[in-house]
Design a protein around this ligand. Structure first.
Ligand SMILES: CC[C@@H](C(=O)O)C(=O)SCCNC(=O)CCNC(=O)[C@H](O)C(C)(C)COP(=O)(O)OP(=O)(O)OC[C@H]1O[C@@H](n2cnc3c(N)ncnc32)[C@H](O)[C@@H]1OP(=O)(O)O
Length: 307
């Protein structure tokens, strides 16, 4: 039981810090869709379970970087039903990874992802299943986008359809020579359903987004760079080399205490998604999680010169 005023103040601060962290976590995990929107999660999960194949693998490295692999190379890493379910499980794992700072998503077999597995799509082409799958993937990709980690889609080969949409749920895209991002939905008689259209407008602007969607435009690394959809064209095309380059690129932004790197993503997400006053209040809350924290106190002792 705290006795002195100082001890009481420290205890109060710690309680406030814990409450703030819980509130931030809760807000981040809130799903977009629930029963009120006609969303039936258990129904679609049961249905997706019927379409097996491939996997979504996650390795969490000691340096705080996670590597998430889309693993269905026989079908150009197309998402089967079980891969959609596994992506949701990996995102939950990443939400609980307190030491996480960065994430690289790439596809096995030197190609990114060719969207939904068309064999599964045919079987869930009725409205109820299609809308439930759409809401399931939007829920999952919105949580992925809001992870307090700096995320990178490493695009080798093709990122088409839902695969192109998945790249927009990451903070950054890095492309290898000869790779392509293409929103092919028009040729399927569709438009994005996994949230890719809304995110694309935020990344490249509405005019370019409209061109890419209505024209099903092929984006090579140079055109993606020009649009601001890609950050950099890597030099290596093979998996090992490209992954190493992506790791080196990301480590330039994840060097430092996890609490501070995660705070950077939190405040930018708030600035991007919230009305200005709510964003300022979220920034204040996040500031409260780092002010006077271990990294701040150590820096005050060290007094670094920012030359
Ligand atoms: C919300 C949007 C979302 C949805 O509707 O749910 C979508 O994603 S819509 C878009 C769906 N995706 C596609 O239409 C892409 C289809 N695939 C292709 O256009 C091409 O495969 C490719 C991605 C451009 C690559 O071409 P290429 O290098 O010539 O490889 P292959 O075509 O020979 O593919 C090898 C192998 O993989 C099978 N494959 C590829 N993509 C899919 C897929 N999405 N679903 C199922 N199977 C796929 C392809 O059929 C080949 O298999 P085999 O014919 O048995 O060799």
């Amino acid at each position: 039981m705290p006795s002195t005023v100082t001890e009481m103040a420290i205890s109060l601060w710690k309680n406030l810090l814990q409450t703030t962290k819980e509130r931030l976590l809760q807000q981040r995990r809130m799903s977009l869709y629930n029963g009120a929107h006609g969303y039936e999660e258990e129904l679609i999960k049961k249905k997706l379970q019927q379409f097996a194949g491939g996997s979504i693998n996650l390795s969490k490295e000691d340096n705080g970087i996670g590597i998430l692999t889309l693993n269905n190379p026989k079908l150009m890493n197309a998402f089967t039903g079980t891969m959609m379910l596994e992506l949701q499980e990996r995102v939950t794992e990443l939400e609980n990874w307190k030491d996480g700072k960065g994430l690289i998503i790439y596809g096995a077999g030197n190609t990114f992802c060719s969207g939904s597995d068309l064999n599964a799509v045919k079987a869930i082409s009725n409205s109820q299943d299609g809308m439930n799958m759409c809401m399931f993937m939007q829920n999952t990709l919105t949580r992925l986008m809001r992870l307090p980690l700096i995320s990178v889609a490493l695009v080798q080969g093709k990122a088409v359809g839902g695969g192109a949409e998945l790249t927009t749920a990451c903070d950054f895209r890095l492309m290898t020579p000869g790779s392509e991002i293409r929103f092919v939905h028009k040729h399927m008689g569709l438009m994005p359903g996994w949230g890719g259209a809304a995110r694309l407008v935020g990344i490249v602007g509405s005019a370019a987004a409209l061109r890419l969607l209505s024209g099903a435009v092929r984006l090579d690394p140079e055109s993606a760079l020009r649009l601001g959809l890609s950050e950099e064209t890597l030099s290596s095309s093979d998996e090992t080399g490209a992954l190493e380059e992506a790791r080196a690129w990301l480590s330039g932004y994840t060097e430092g205490p996890a609490s501070v790197i995660r705070a950077a993503k939190e405040v930018v997400t708030a600035g991007r998604e919230l009305p200005v006053e709510a964003a300022l209040r979220r920034e204040k809350d996040v500031f409260g999680t780092v002010w006077g924290g271990p990294a701040n106190l150590q820096a005050l002792v060290r007094r670094p010169k920012h030359k």
